[in-house]
Design a binder for this molecule. Structure first.
Ligand SMILES: Cc1cc2nc3c(=O)[nH]c(=O)nc-3n(C[C@H](O)[C@H](O)[C@H](O)COP(=O)(O)OP(=O)(O)OC[C@H]3O[C@@H](n4cnc5c(N)ncnc54)[C@H](O)[C@@H]3O)c2cc1C
Length: 273
């Protein structure tokens, strides 16, 4: 049976910060609920207070400006990413990752912020955000702090976000607009499923190549600073040296390593051509 909890829906950031300051670890933030409510139903999460963020002012939507770049607010769903004209024209890697996340119905509820705070090693939005040099803006009663995604993930289901804090928005720099990119995700079935391994690759306008590998370490692994013209064998060697996959019920370590190499080579062919 579902355990009982108090439901709160603050309307302003100040109200949200006060609730989080008062309740601390007893509170869980609710965005789309596609991770949180599954965990509550399974008895894996037992929040005393569930704090719905969907009614908070300033938490809705996606915006773009030359000065700030792309701003994905806490309430922005995966389908909002797919529908955004600026993202579709200038951030193809975000589109590729969003398209591979769950089903249309889930993407209508699931948010980008919920996906990264849930911090699964196979989270589909993390690879794009890491490749595109995005950062999270985290707010609390004490103010705001900015954390690049390269420093955001701390382990399986662990991030730098403290219990009294909320991720308010994600910023993808304007300089990352126009980066070419692609994403491959290995699944057990052809339909929607969590990734067994995933690889994202981006080539920036300045010529730097960046890759992120999912499900091959406790957190997504970013490999950065590679020259876009590096031979494929050298790119594969750099990627395989950075990851540490394990064998589990979904795949062996050897299969994961093999598929990462296949995807890196395939992405190099596609994104460089
Ligand atoms: C059937 C199904 C299929 C799925 N398939 C995929 C898939 O293919 N790929 C994939 O990556 N994921 C998948 N998921 C997982 C899930 O849909 C995503 O991780 C989703 O993006 C989570 O977003 P949400 O808004 O639903 O988060 P929620 O469930 O509302 O929250 C997730 C976590 O983030 C916290 N949180 C929410 N908002 C904030 C905030 N503003 N600040 C700080 N913490 C916050 C919550 O407290 C919770 O711990 C699937 C889930 C289901 C049920």
């Amino acid at each position: 049976m579902l355990h009982s909890f108090t439901y709160l829906a603050p309307r302003t950031r100040a109200e949200l910060h006060s609730v989080l300051a008062n309740e601390g670890a007893a509170a869980s933030l609710l965005a789309g609920g596609t991770d949180l409510l599954v965990n509550v139903r399974a008895g894996l999460a037992r929040p005393k207070v569930v704090v719905d963020t969907k009614k908070v002012d300033d938490f809705a939507g996606i915006a773009w400006s030359e000065r700030e770049g792309l701003v994905i607010r806490a309430g922005a769903t995966i389908n909002a990413v797919l529908d955004d004209a600026k993202i579709r024209s200038d951030y193809p890697l975000l589109v590729a990752c969003a398209r591979d996340l769950a089903s249309h119905q889930i993407r209508n509820r699931a948010t980008v912020v919920g996906n990264v705070v849930n911090a699964s090693p196979c989270a589909d939005m993390a690879p794009a955000l890491l490749c595109l040099r995005a950062h999270a803006v985290i707010g609390s009663k004490s103010g705001e702090r900015e954390i690049p995604f390269s420093a955001f993930f701390k382990g399986v289901k662990r991030t730098v976000v403290a219990p009294n804090e909320a991720v308010e928005r994600i910023v993808v720099p304007a300089a990352s607009a126009g980066a070419r990119g692609g994403y491959y995700k290995l699944k057990r079935i052809n339909g929607h499923d969590l990734g067994i391994v995933s690889v994202a690759l981006s080539i920036e306008r300045g010529g730097e190549m960046r890759l992120t590998v999912g499900s091959c370490a406790p957190t997504p692994v970013l490999i950065e600073g590679l020259d876009a013209s590096l031979p494929a064998d050298a790119v594969v060697a750099a990627v395989l040296a950075a990851i540490s996959p394990i064998s589990d019920v979904r795949a062996t370590k050897e299969y994961r390593l093999h598929m990462v190499e296949c995807y890196v080579r395939r992405l190099l062919d596609e994104v460089r051509s």
